[in-house]
Design a protein around this ligand. Structure first.
Ligand code: ATP
Ligand code: MG
Length: 230
């Protein structure tokens, strides 16, 4: 185990929304560690704190307490320790959201190549990589189409391609397969798992789908803001 490299580590991380009477403690002192190449599922009922937890790891939601380490570096310790969390996200993290968040005025190819090009990749390499990923996900014929012309499942697959395009160290996915049929959902998860192993990427997936459970190395259960590891 001593050779395993920690990619995500949280120590007593908490999030309280609001203040006073209306305060909601969505995540309560969660602690766990995730290593290179690990695939981890976050499981729990609706409202239990899964999205809050995964968006804190992704530096989108600011915690209200505890510590967050990414790739061995301290990111949050009762306040952000990194001034540019946007750059951090762009370089290290790929996101797949419950709703796909594609940029409506960019076509599919532009949506997928945007971040890699911002990170300094040449147009040509970024486009080749985008084509390869989109082909793999079965939407390679949609390069020049706008998101509004895609079905829900197609949009989701483009969003998955986009999250993979910048070779992130961490992929965070909030119900990435919700809009896909059973067979496609499984093959997308298998693709994510293959990627985790081949490229040593840590993958954290929020899922409700029990059929996916055997694909994960670790299951973290979330219940009313508390986590229990299996
Ligand atoms: N922006 C917010 N402001 C106030 N309360 C919030 C906010 N976001 C979430 N909450 C509350 O925090 C708790 C956890 O919400 P969260 O979205 O993390 O749950 P979840 O496990 O992702 O649920 P689901 O499976 O339905 O997506 C809920 O009680 C929710 O109402
Ligand atoms: Mg959620």
């Amino acid at each position: 185990m001593e050779n395993q490299k920690s990619v995500i580590k949280v120590e007593k991380i908490s999030k309280t929304y609001g203040a006073g009477e209306s305060a909601v403690m969505a995540v309560k002192e969660a602690s766990f560690e995730i290593f290179k190449g690990e695939t981890v599922a976050l499981l729990g009922p609706s409202g239990s704190g899964k999205t809050t937890l995964i968006t804190m790891i992704g530096c989108i939601t600011e915690p209200t307490g505890g510590k967050l380490f990414l790739d061995g570096k301290i990111i949050y310790d009762n306040g952000w320790k990194i001034h540019d969390t946007r750059q951090l996200r762009r370089e290290k993290i790929g996101f797949i959201f419950q709703s796909h968040n594609l940029i409506p005025f960019l076509n599919v190819e532009e949506n997928v190549t945007l971040v890699p090009i911002m990170n300094g990749l040449s147009d040509e390499i970024a486009k080749n990589k985008a084509k390869e990923l989109l082909d793999y996900l079965g939407v390679g014929d949609k390069l020049h189409v706008k998101p509004s012309q895609l079905s829900g499942g197609q949009s989701q697959r483009v969003a998955i391609a986009r999250s993979l395009a910048n070779n992130p160290k961490i992929i965070l996915a909030d119900e990435p397969t919700a809009a896909l049929d059973g067979e496609r959902a499984l093959s997308v998860m298998q693709l994510l798992k293959k990627l985790a192993k081949e490229q040593d990427v840590a993958i954290v997936v929020v899922t409700h789908d029990d059929r996916m459970i055997p694909l994960f190395d670790k299951i973290i259960r979330v219940n009313d803001g508390y986590i229990t590891k299996e």
